[in-house]
Write a protein that binds this ligand. Structure first.
Ligand SMILES: [Ca+2]
Length: 471
C-alpha cells in the first residue's frame, strides 16, 4: 500500500471500514499511534466558514453536450483530442460515468449531490434553498469560483428573484464569469458575459470561451498558494455549431456566426485545446501534483451529430434516457493521489462528485446527499464501487413528456420504473425488453436487486405535470 503524507480523512464510516481492514492485518495500534502524533486525533470535523483548507485543489470542467464517444481515447475517429488523451494518460479514464440526459437536470444533480426526485424544480433553475459543492468547499476554506454557463436563475420559468446577479455567490462561488446569468445572448462570437456583477464589453473579435478561460487562468494564478476550487461548466460544444478562432471561417467576421454541423469538430478540438491550456498552466506553476483536474460532459451529444468511432457510427442522444443521452466522458488527473495511466470501469454517477470533493477537502457533508464519494479511488486507497446508477428525469415539470422517466442500472442491466428490463450487453439500444417470465437465473437475481433498489427511491408520477401537482 502506498504511504500517504497525511491520513485520509473521510466519513466516519469510511474510517471504520479502514480501521477494520488494518486491524485484520494487525496494524491498528501502529496506525492509532501515528494518528495521535500526526493529527492530534482531530478526525473529521465540520469545517465551518473561515477554516483553513488543507485538501488538494479541485478543477471540474464540464463540457456542454459532449457524449462519451467524442474523445479519441474513448474511440472517436472524427475528432482529435490530444490534451484530453494526455490527461487520461496522466491519470484515470473512466468508462462508466452516467449523467442526466439534459443540462439542468445534470447541473442540479452534480452541484448538489442529490437526485432530481429530491430537489429538482424546473428547467433552467436551481432551488435557492439548495447547498452546492461551491458552498461545501467555501465553508471548508477553499477559494471558489465558477466560470462558463449558468442558466440556473430560473429566467425561463420566471422564478422569484430570477434577475438576481448575486445568485452564484449564494451558491458558494466567491467569483464568477458567466454566460446566461440573468440575460441570454451569444455564447461564442461577441458573447454576453457577466463577470462578478459587471457585463463585459465585447465585440465580434471576442470569443466567449476564450474570455472565460482567461478569467480561470487568472484565478488560478491569483490563488495558487491556497486550496482553490474552479467549477467550469463550459459553453462549448453546445449548438449553434459555429466557427472557433481556429476555424478558417473565423478570418471573415461575417462568417463567425454562421452555423453548420461541420463546425462541431472544430468545437470539440477547441475544447481539447482549452483543457490543454489549463493543464499547462497547472504544470507551469507546479500545481499539477496537488490538483484534482476533472473533465466530464453534462449529457450526451446533440442528436444532429453522428460521430465515427472505432465501433462504428454513433448518433448523439441528448435529452434521451438511452446510453447516448447519459453516457459521458470522465477523465481525472490527480498525480498526488498515486494513480496514473489507468482505465476505471467503476460506475460513477453525477451525485457522486459533491461527496468526493467533500472527502478531498476533509470536510463533512450537508444533509440529504444521495451520492457516494469516489475519493478513495482517486487516492489509491481500498475502494468499494457503487453497484447501481440511478437516473430520475423530468426536465420540464409543467409538461408531461414521453422522454421523462426513471431507471436504475448496473453495468450490464437496466430497469425502468415502467417495468422494462434490458440486457445492455446484447441490446445496447433497448429495442427488446427481456421477458420477465423467462429470465435466466442471473437475470432474475439482478432484476430482483434492481427492483429493490427502485423501491428505496422517491419516483415521481411521469403521467401528470409534476409542478402543478406540487403547487
Ligand atoms: Ca447540455
Amino acid at each position: 500500500m502506498r504511504t500517504r503524507k497525511s491520513f485520509p480523512a473521510a466519513s466516519f464510516f469510511v474510517l471504520i471500514d479502514y480501521f477494520y481492514a488494518r486491524m485484520m492485518k494487525g496494524k491498528l495500534l501502529i496506525e492509532i499511534l501515528f494518528l495521535a502524533l500526526v493529527s492530534g486525533l482531530s478526525m473529521v470535523t465540520y469545517a465551518g466558514p473561515g477554516n483553513q483548507a488543507t485538501g488538494p485543489n479541485i478543477i471540474l470542467i464540464m463540457c456542454d453536450d459532449m457524449g462519451y464517444e467524442c474523445l479519441s481515447s474513448n474511440g472517436s475517429l472524427s475528432y482529435s483530442t490530444p490534451s484530453l488523451d494526455k490527461l487520461a494518460w496522466k491519470g484515470l479514464r473512466f468508462t462508466q460515468c452516467y449523467s442526466q440526459p439534459l443540462c439542468t437536470p445534470s447541473r442540479v444533480k452534480i452541484m448538489t449531490g442529490r437526485y432530481n426526485s429530491n430537489n429538482y424544480i424546473d428547467f433552467g433553475y436551481l432551488d435557492v434553498r439548495e447547498k452546492t459543492f461551491g458552498n461545501v468547499l467555501k465553508d471548508a476554506g477553499y477559494k471558489t469560483m465558477i466560470a462558463g454557463k449558468w442558466q440556473l436563475n430560473g429566467i425561463n420559468t420566471n422564478e422569484e428573484g430570477c434577475m438576481d446577479p448575486e445568485r452564484p455567490y449564494q451558491f458558494g462561488f466567491e467569483e464568477y464569469c458567466l454566460w446566461w446569468l440573468t440575460e441570454k445572448g451569444s455564447r461564442y462570437a461577441d458573447p454576453l458575459i457577466v463577470q462578478n456583477g459587471t457585463r463585459l464589453e465585447t465585440t465580434i473579435d471576442d470569443y466567449g470561451p476564450d474570455l472565460v478561460l482567461d478569467y480561470i487562468l487568472n484565478f488560478i494564478e491569483r490563488n495558487k498558494n491556497e486550496p482553490f476550487f474552479v467549477y467550469y461548466p463550459m459553453m462549448l460544444v453546445h449548438s449553434p455549431f459555429q466557427p472557433t478562432p481556429d476555424s478558417p471561417e473565423w478570418a471573415d467576421p461575417d462568417k463567425r456566426n454562421s452555423t453548420d454541423n461541420k463546425f462541431f469538430k472544430d468545437m470539440v478540438e477547441y475544447t481539447d485545446k482549452i483543457v490543454g491550456k489549463i493543464f499547462a498552466s497547472l504544470e507551469e506553476q507546479d500545481l499539477l501534483e496537488n490538483t484534482i483536474l476533472i473533465f466530464t460532459g453534462d449529457n450526451g451529444t446533440n442528436t444532429d451529430i453522428i460521430t465515427e468511432t472505432k465501433d462504428g457510427p454513433y448518433k448523439g442522444g441528448k435529452g434521451r434516457l438511452f446510453d447516448n443521452g447519459t453516457h459521458v466522458p470522465l477523465v481525472i488527473s490527480y498525480p498526488g493521489g498515486g494513480k496514473k495511466a489507468e482505465v476505471g470501469s467503476e460506475l460513477i454517477e453525477f451525485s457522486d462528485f459533491l461527496p468526493t470533493f467533500a472527502d478531498a477537502a476533509k470536510t463533512s457533508l450537508p444533509p440529504g446527499i444521495d451520492g457516494r464519494s469516489f475519493y478513495r479511488l482517486l487516492a489509491n486507497q481500498r475502494y468499494k464501487p457503487r453497484k447501481y446508477v440511478f437516473v430520475h428525469y423530468y426536465p420540464n415539470t409543467t409538461n408531461v413528456s414521453n422522454r421523462s422517466g426513471c431507471f436504475v442500472r448496473t453495468k450490464g442491466y437496466k430497469l425502468y420504473t415502467d417495468g422494462r428490463f434490458f440486457d445492455m450487453q446484447s441490446d445496447k439500444w433497448e429495442k427488446t425488453p427481456l421477458n420477465a417470465e423467462a429470465l435466466s437465473k442471473e437475470e432474475k437475481k439482478v432484476y430482483k436487486q434492481l427492483n429493490k433498489e427502485l423501491k428505496n427511491k422517491i419516483v415521481w408520477d411521469f403521467s401528470i405535470p409534476h409542478r402543478n401537482k406540487t403547487n
